[in-house]
Design a protein around this ligand. Structure first.
Ligand code: FAD
Length: 423
């Protein structure tokens, strides 16, 4: 079974590998939202930009995610301010509150065919006790003037079409997209603005000397640039010369049905919102433009674990939407999420002429777009103040391997226990 986003993207994009020596003002490593947004905005500002992607555009998280374009981070705004201090916290919260508007604005400006639906998202209570967390999130967002609404169980069940939710927080700023098509559309826009993009061009070596970066690719390409942005996040393939910190990794998988007939689909998220729940082992569910239902869950569905995770998903679909019990999935795929110890993204200085941006902790569509643009401004204009979160010289993620193992063990235990309870 294949990645639905690959199979259904209306946007196409292809670029040839770099096989020559070129010069640029800004070299970008990584063809996901962060790198593409940076390339687009830097090229629009008149910079000579070269972007190098190891695989195809969107090969990382940007071509595999759920497509929920949410405002803010996974952490509620007050927790962000508590971690960063009031000034920096307020700057990051404000920049990311406007994130969905920036994403949907780019989609409109560049005519990106990525199934944009701006009907908001629903953060659903998986148990009655989870309403306390949603009430807290609602109060914080409402205090900042965000268009959010708290729904009781009956309202949430009507909005989702699921008897299994116990309430929800609706955020009207948010929406859904076809994530890979958005990445490809950004690539097309960046190319149109004059950026040079190269696929199948893995950077294997970086060197910084006398104010100049020299990059080499495995395919015989070379770039000399004044500035460098590493935008490789959870899919980082370390080049010699640039040592980025390792973060914990959380795996998340999705399964999608075939397009369902209107009668069968009518009761599923009739307003077109994207949804996820409050469970510690979280579940996501949404529709796509063709009428498929897409279900997601935490875990790495490989080997024996695949039986547990996919078995859980089949049962979960029927539990969420009893009329869909037994409906088969046609697509299955998964991806890696870089989760930092404090769930905040990081901007790291690479010497004097470079930045690395990573660690979106599961909330990277709007934040990647926003921080990619801000990193381009910081690098091209030599203006770090453009960043809504301070750049730092070092970052040490706490026990990344152990935390990764705990995430996976937790997901496996949860999905496995759900199977045993059914027997
Ligand atoms: C399954 C899943 C579901 C998610 N759901 C959501 C969601 O609903 N909403 C949301 O906001 N966020 C979500 N996220 C998070 C979001 O997808 C990511 O945070 C975001 O895509 C990160 O973008 P990026 O550009 O920083 O990195 P990526 O998109 O991962 O791009 C990094 C790129 O760098 C390339 N690369 C690595 N090393 C090299 C090298 N040496 N040379 C050249 N290229 C290199 C990789 O091939 C890759 O294409 C989800 C993530 C996953 C995996």
């Amino acid at each position: 079974m294949t990645n639905l986003w690959d199979a259904s993207a209306a946007e196409d994009f292809a670029a040839r590998p770099l096989d020559a020596a070129v010069q640029a003002d800004l070299a970008v490593v990584g063809g996901g939202y962060t790198g593409l947004s940076a390339a687009l905005h830097a090229a629009e500002a008149g910079a000579r930009v070269v972007l190098l992607e190891a695989g195809r555009i969107g090969a990382g998280g940007s071509g595999r995610n759920v497509g929920l374009v949410n405002a803010g981070l996974w952490l509620p705004p007050e927790d962000v301010a508590a971690a960063l201090g009031p000034e920096e916290g307020a700057a990051l919260n404000a920049a990311l509150a406007a994130g969905p508007a920036e994403v949907f604005g780019l989609i409109e400006r560049h005519g990106i065919a990525c199934e944009p639906v701006r009907a908001g998202t629903l953060h659903c209570a998986h148990a009655p006790g989870a309403m306390a967390d949603l009430r807290r999130r609602h109060a914080q967002a409402a205090a900042a003037g965000a268009p959010v609404a708290l729904l009781d169980a009956a309202e949430a069940q009507a909005r989702t079409g699921s008897p299994a939710v116990h309430g929800a927080l609706h955020d009207a700023r948010a929406g859904t997209i076809q994530p890979l098509a958005y990445a490809r559309g950004l690539a097309r826009a960046a190319q149109g603005a004059g950026a040079h993009l190269h696929e199948d061009s893995q950077v294997t070596e970086t060197e910084y000397e006398n104010g100049v970066w020299r990059l080499r690719t495995g395919q015989g390409g070379a770039v000399t640039a004044r500035r460098l942005l590493m935008a490789t996040n959870a899919y980082h393939r370390a080049p010699r010369g640039t040592d980025l910190p390792r973060t914990a990794t959380l795996h998340f998988f999705q399964l999608a049905t075939a397009p369902l007939p209107p009668g069968e689909l009518a009761g599923v998220l009739p307003g077109g919102e994207g949804a996820w729940d409050t469970g510690t082992v979280m579940t996501s569910f949404r529709r796509d433009a063709a009428g498929r239902v897409i279900l997601g869950g935490m875990g790495r569905p490989e080997g024996l674990a695949r039986t547990f995770h996919h078995g859980w998903a089949r049962r979960k679909l029927g539990q969420l939407f009893p009329s869909l019990a037994g409906v088969r999935f046609e697509h299955a795929w998964s991806g890696r999420i870089a989760v930092t110890g404090d769930h905040l993204p990081k901007v790291l200085r690479l010497g004097r002429g470079g930045l690395a941006v990573f660690g979106y902790s599961g909330r990277g569509i709007a934040p990647g777009t926003v921080l990619g643009r801000a990193a381009a401004e910081a690098l091209v204009e030599d203006r770090e103040a453009a960043l809504p979160i301070a750049a730092r010289d070092a970052y040490d993620d706490p026990a990344p391997r152990l935390r990764s193992a705990i995430y996976e063990a937790g997901a496996l235990a949860w999905h496995g226990a759900a199977a045993r309870l059914r027997r």
